[in-house]
Design a protein around this ligand. Structure first.
Ligand code: F0G
Length: 453
């Protein structure tokens, strides 16, 4: 295979500094073994998230300087509106400060006590906003989506039979909308096929329900469709992306992912009445509808970012370079969620250190070792994040999220080396015990200690 190069050259650099092992050990102990509590300057390679951590292009920075900061009707808003309309085809386009602001408004309009909202897998802020409205969030991903070794090409698909069953079990009157997350972040960054989206559309039509996308990573999903779905390889990714949006009645987007910006979000509607309600809520907490909690310069950066993200050279590099990390780990014997996802690689922590039971946080043991050994920061997605009160998640995972256009192949080679070195000594990884935890979202602030192996 030919080498896929980074399709950009570097004009501005941000130094990263190696720390000593002693320094990192002290930082770890001070943070109670919680990497959310470590300062960024003590991290060499930061794979905590791909959200808001990307590098902007020179055209985006030029947009930042051009930003029109008028309160109402700014030219930057019109540029943003035009670009989002071209990509999505939606008429009602509301800017928000980030994805969860779009979610909060959407579910204030459509959620509420007694309602049930299905998704392939709700992302945690989506679930939290649904539950905050009093509604229930249900995950209906296909069974293959929960099996790390399954190589199904569209593991983010929703199980249509389960969706139909939900309609007959709880009654259509209690399901205000159907939602699908592209790509499916909580399920490993796995894509959803066009065929599946069309089938969900058909179910929604049958029951006369609106269909919404959580479209944070729509461009990565569209590229996977081009690569993997029958009959799609000759289409432009932009054309596929447009079809994804045309199948839906609305969407929430965190532009911090495929918008290629550090802050920003979008809320989209086809229905005028729904959009009017959302616009009133937007004014209440985000801002006037032509800026929605952002500065004019942020709207400029988003407009340009949405344009750049659909460039096929970029998407080929993006998807191929994430897969490069995944395939290198697999060939070194490390089990990941297969096939590699669009924005991140997820290590199967149970397979990595079977001697640590879920209650002693195998994923957290791996990320602490990775930080201590090599200054790399990853995130646990397992019993620390989703467990507690007798609950255990389906999988114990470590997510290595790749910021967009930030790290080069040699950074990634360094990450691979470090993980394989820890893997070679995996029997030395030590179990953890929580010593202090808050009542909710404990992974952000809990403190832990290492036990003897
Ligand atoms: N939906 C999905 C699928 C997401 O991945 C995220 C954020 C959100 C909604 C919320 O967007 O952060 O702009 O409010 N995911 C980040 C992550 C935080 O690390 O995966 P936000």
């Amino acid at each position: 295979m030919k080498t896929i190069i980074e399709p950009f050259r570097i004009k501005t650099v941000d130094p990263i500094r190696m720390t000593t092992r002693e320094h990192r050990e002290t930082a770890l102990q001070r943070a109670g073994m919680n990497l959310f509590l470590i300062d960024a300057e003590d991290v060499l390679i930061d794979l905590l998230t791909d959200s808001g951590t990307g590098a902007m292009s020179s055209e985006q920075w030029a947009g930042i300087m051009r930003g029109d900061e008028s309160y109402a009707g700014a030219t930057s808003y019109h540029r943003f509106h035009e670009q989002v309309r071209t990509i999505t085809g939606f008429d009602h386009i509301l800017p928000t400060h980030q994805g969860r602001a779009s979610e909060r408004i959407l579910f204030e309009v459509m959620g509420g006590p007694g309602k049930v909202i299905p998704n392939n897998n709700h992302f945690d802020t989506t679930r939290a906003n649904i539950e905050h409205s009093g509604a229930e969030a249900v995950d209906l991903v296909i069974d293959e989506g929960r099996i790390p070794t399954s190589r199904h090409p569209f593991k983010g698909n929703m199980d249509i039979a389960k969706l139909e069953k939900l309609f007959s079990d709880v009654g259509g009157e209690n399901i205000p909308l159907v939602m699908v997350t592209i790509t499916n972040n909580s399920g490993g960054g796995q894509p959803v096929s066009l065929e599946n989206l069309r089938a969900i559309r058909a179910v929604c039509d049958k029951h006369k329900k609106p269909f919404f996308l959580d479209a944070c990573r729509f461009a990565e999903n569209a590229y996977f469709i081009k690569m993997r779905e029958e009959g799609q390889s000759q289409r432009d990714v932009a054309d596929i992306a447009r079809e994804l949006f045309e199948l839906a009645d609305g969407a929430t987007i965190s532009a911090k992912k495929d918008g290629l910006v550090n802050i920003g979000g979008v809320l989209l509607f086809r229905d005028m009445e729904m959009a009017a309600q959302a616009r009133n809520l937007l004014i209440l907490t985000e801002g006037f509808p032509t800026y929605g909690g952002l500065a004019g310069r942020d709207l400029e950066a988003m407009a340009q970012g949405f344009k750049e993200v659909l460039h096929e050279d970029y998407l080929q590099y993006r998807i191929t370079s994430v897969a490069y990390l995944g395939e290198k780990l697999l060939s070194g014997g490390v089990q990941i969620v297969e096939p590699p996802g669009g924005h991140a690689i997820y290590i199967d922590a149970n397979a990595f250190c079977p001697h640590i039971p879920p209650k002693n946080l195998p994923g957290q043991a791996i990320i602490c070792a990775l930080y201590r050994h090599a200054g790399i920061r990853a995130v646990e997605i397992g019993s620390l994040m989703f467990g507690g009160e007798g609950q255990a998640p389906d999988m114990e995972l470590v997510r290595l999220a790749i910021p967009r256009r930030v790290y080069t192949q040699s950074h990634i080679d360094y990450v691979v080396e470090a993980i394989l070195e820890i893997y070679a000594e995996r029997d030395k990884l030590r179990p953890l015990e929580i010593v202090e935890e808050p009542p909710q979202l404990r992974h952000f602030t809990a403190r832990m200690k290492e036990l003897d192996a």
